[in-house]
Write a protein that binds this ligand. Structure first.
Ligand SMILES: Cc1cc2nc3c(=O)[nH]c(=O)nc-3n(C[C@H](O)[C@H](O)[C@H](O)COP(=O)(O)O)c2cc1C
Ligand code: SF4
Length: 443
């Protein structure tokens, strides 16, 4: 089994303190970077490592940094996305609670590379321990000279602030996050301009995920070649494949014997993750479906479990992508109608409402599924759900942000891969709702 790197320290007593972090080589990479490298060299190092963002979209990290305007007088901001809003995802929380210094070291190195003078960490409100541990770690850094003015005696200065989010899914979308940080409702912005050009407070801004920052620390410590030696190389026949390099934190949950946050090389198969790390499907049952990377990525069917969980794998079997690598196992006793209803209800609740296809589409999908679950579904409802799903999202070009693509994909995959189950459900007139729920739905 892969020897953990990102999670190497989490089982040590007081792993979240500066003392323990420094005893394992912590901040040596920062010292080396500030003393021996120019910001542009750090950007090149991250580019050549092949690191792709871990927040969901998988955008190449160094390339994103290089989009910042070159001679901007500043300020430039770094926003670290710790909203962790995708259902089933909890790897950011593990890092923030148990190894916050690994994340902060990456933030300082990333800010140096991008010439950011202020970094904000946007933390989900429901993570009080993450907030507490990060703040304590930031305080320790100021006291040790790793943050503040003239860090380690160099010209480089950086302040880091924590900002508690109000706990909505849309606050994780990078421009929704920026709006929220500015004190407004988290309504995603129309792009362009992208944050690198006009972000927080209308200044150039980089938004990166917590796990991405932990990877930056390890790249600075162990080198770009080390990072690139792990994972799945880019397919030379596919010019759009940027490769899937480095270790990845997989969040395994649902109907599995040993749920947890596991570190493995990108490219492990879904079956390996469930069987070798998760101890197999619970209660001796079989998997009917698996969410490969948060519900917005859709579903793998039971015969797609050998799909590799890298940036390319899930897309090859019709899913949206790897997303956050939050793998949720659904056993063969569970109704896909009920699973899909939960997904749609979540997306409808979380849609910010700016775009009609998303606001109406997520709401109507939920209502159609409520009708099916109350025993009054019609066969036409199945195609109606598909029609609604096919008409919303950035991919069909009808919405501002990707929430609605993430709302559409579970519908498309559930119906395309499990259609007979939906037909049988409607044909049998089966009901999943209680009379009380039915009464609520009528109002
Ligand atoms: C609806 C929605 C929710 C998102 N939630 C998160 C989140 O909670 N955390 C995160 O890092 N990225 C989230 N993202 C992706 C961010 O917009 C952005 O791509 C990411 O923070 C960039 O960081 P990375 O390049 O390091 O992955 C979300 C995107 C969408 C469309
Ligand atoms: S796609 Fe949905 S969540 Fe995103 S901006 Fe439009 S309405 Fe809001």
């Amino acid at each position: 089994m892969f020897q953990p790197v990102l999670l190497a320290n989490i089982d040590k007593p007081n792993s979240y303190t500066l003392k323990v972090y420094e005893s394992t080589g912590g901040y040596s990479a920062l010292k080396k970077t500030l003393r021996e490298m120019k910001p542009v060299d750090v950007v090149e190092m991250v580019k050549s490592s092949g690191l792709r963002g871990r927040g969901g979209a998988g955008f190449p990290c160094g390339l994103k940094w290089s989009f910042l305007p070159k001679d901007h007088p500043g300020p430039i901001y770094m926003c670290i996305n710790a909203d962790e809003s995708e259902p089933g995802t909890f790897n950011n929380r593990v890092l923030m609670e148990l190894d916050p210094h690994q994340v902060i070291e990456g933030i300082i190195i990333g800010s140096y590379a991008t010439r950011a003078s202020t970094a904000y960490i946007y933390v989900r409100y429901e993570f009080p321990l993450s907030y507490e541990r990060l703040q304590a770690a930031i305080d320790e850094c100021y006291a040790a000279g790793y943050l503040g003015k003239n860090i380690l005696g160099t010209e480089f200065s950086l302040d880091v602030f924590l900002h508690r989010g109000a706990a909505a899914y849309i606050c994780g979308e990078e421009t929704g996050l920026i709006e929220s940080l500015e004190g407004k409702r988290a309504w995603p912005r129309i792009k362009p301009p992208f944050p690198a050009v006009e972000g927080a407070f209308r200044k150039p801004t980089v938004v990166n995920n917590i796990e991405t920052m932990a990877c930056v620390t390890q790249i600075a410590r162990r080198g770009a070649d080390w990072f690139k030696s792990i994972g799945v190389p880019a397919d030379p026949k596919n010019p759009r494949d940027a490769g899937s390099y480095g270790p990845k934190l997989y969040c395994l949950s649902g109907h599995v014997n040993k749920p947890g946050c596991y570190e493995a090389p990108l490219g492990i198969t879904c079956r390996q993750l469930i069987d070798e790390y998760g101890g197999g499907v619970w209660k001796g049952r079989k998997a009917k479906a698996v969410v490969p990377g948060g519900i917005s990525m859709g579903f793998l069917s039971a015969n797609e479990l050998d799909t590799t969980l890298d940036f390319e794998g899930p897309g090859k079997v019709g899913c949206l992508g790897l997303g956050t690598a939050a793998v949720v196992v659904i056993d063969d006793q569970t109704s896909m109608v009920d699973v899909l209803y939960n997904c749609c209800r979540f997306m409808s609740h979380e849609s910010c409402g700016q775009c009609t296809p998303c606001r109406e589409g997520t709401s109507w999908s939920t209502k159609i599924l409520e009708r099916i679950r109350s025993g009054r579904g019609k066969m036409e409802d199945i195609d109606l759900l598909l029609e609604v799903a096919n008409s919303m999202g950035i991919i069909p070009g009808t919405t501002i942000c990707g929430l609605s693509d993430g709302a559409a994909w579970p519908v498309k995959n559930a119906i395309n891969k499990f259609r007979p189950e939906f037909e049988e459900y409607i044909r049998s007139g089966r009901k999943s709702v209680t009379p009380a729920q039915e009464l609520m739905m009528a109002h």
